[in-house]
Design a protein around this ligand. Structure first.
Ligand code: PBG
Length: 327
């Protein structure tokens, strides 16, 4: 008789919402979320990003408001991207003490102090007229080491304006070390570095290039960003960044690379960050808009999956909305 019926019944622990909540292995918490924000120079009103419904290129004032809302909702951090009014070959607005990101940093630090962790993306693509992440040689190739000197200078400008965490995203060899050395040499040993250590050459960045106005004018980023076919080199990139002094390491994009998040999580003892990028956001918003998926459930599932894969911290454009829902 007993053989007819299952002895083990996993469904017992799935019966009610209260039971499911009790046995959940992974939880989302507002403090683990970071909101990426865009601030644009020379506009008088926030401008919607067409391919990312709900995301704006902010004015300094509208950014202050968005930052307050995020802090109020308990979001753990903000990461700032700047869109300067004028771009040139060397991205000189990036390390101008009065450049848009440096101005916005001072605004946010004076409004919020240490209430929320204010971070900055550190790259050149938003600032160069050619849209590449570095300085170009005469033949149009990226000059890795000349770019490192620029990154070091941007690091100092961002540190002096009040960034608490610098996120070098250009995938130049040696970028974390160059930044760490510049910071320490100038008395900024307390500023942390979050390496965009594992960053793939991804089509999922498409909408971001509209938001940050940084599409490369020729060529692509596959000579510095990683090939989606490769996994082992991700660990090599992570260990290089840790040797150079990274305090946290990122995997980007997140959704299509959860295997990499898990491998990195199992290999290191620093916080692992996953970046749910613009294309991941846009796909869910677009499908939901058509009524093909349940927007809120899909958002929550995508984020809990990143945490389950091993991410301690998740960068998501839904950070404020999700933090409010969790409250
Ligand atoms: C480079 C940078 C990019 C993103 C973050 N930092 C774009 C790129 O590498 O082309 C993409 C983020 C996203 O898609 O949400 N500064």
């Amino acid at each position: 008789m007993s053989a007819q019926f299952p002895v083990a019944r996993p469904r017992r622990l799935r019966r009610t919402p209260a039971m499911r909540r009790l046995v959940a292995e992974t939880r989302l918490h507002p403090a683990d979320l970071v909101l990426p924000v865009f601030v644009k120079e020379g506009i008088s009103e926030a401008q919607p990003v067409a391919s990312m419904p709900g995301v704006f290129q902010h004015t300094r004032d509208s950014l202050r408001k968005a930052a307050h809302e995020a802090a109020e909702a308990g979001v753990g951090g903000l990461i700032l991207f700047g869109v300067p009014a004028v771009k040139d070959g060397t991205g000189s607005a990036a390390d101008d003490p009065d450049g848009i990101v440096q101005q916005a940093l001072r605004d946010l630090r004076s409004d919020l102090g240490d209430e929320i962790v204010v971070m900055t993306d550190l790259c050149l693509d938003e600032y160069t007229d050619h849209g590449h992440c570095g300085i170009l040689t005469e033949s149009g190739e990226i000059d890795n080491d000349a770019t490192l000197e620029r990154y070091a200078s941007i690091a100092l400008a961002q540190a002096e304006a009040g960034s608490a965490v610098l996120g070098p995203s250009g995938m130049m060899d040696g970028q974390v070390g160059a930044i760490r050395e510049a910071l320490d040499g100038a008395g900024h040993s307390d500023i942390a570095v979050m390496g965009y250590s594992v960053k793939y050459a991804s089509a999922y960045y498409g909408p971001f290039r509209e938001a940050a106005e940084c599409a490369p004018q020729f060529g692509d980023r596959s000579t510095h960003q990683q090939d989606p076919a490769n996994a082992d080199e991700s660990l090599r990139e992570v260990f290089l960044d840790l040797d150079e002094g990274a305090d946290m390491v990122m995997v980007k994009p997140a959704g299509a690379y959860l295997d990499i998040v898990r491998r990195v999580r199992d290999a290191v003892d620093v916080p692992v960050v996953a970046y749910q990028v613009s294309g991941e956001y846009a796909m869910i918003e677009a499908a939901a808009e058509k009524g093909w998926i349940d927007r809120e459930r899909t958002i929550m599932e995508s984020l809990v999956s990143m945490r389950r894969a091993g991410a301690d911290i998740v960068l998501t454009y839904w950070a404020t909305e999700v933090a409010r829902r969790l409250a």
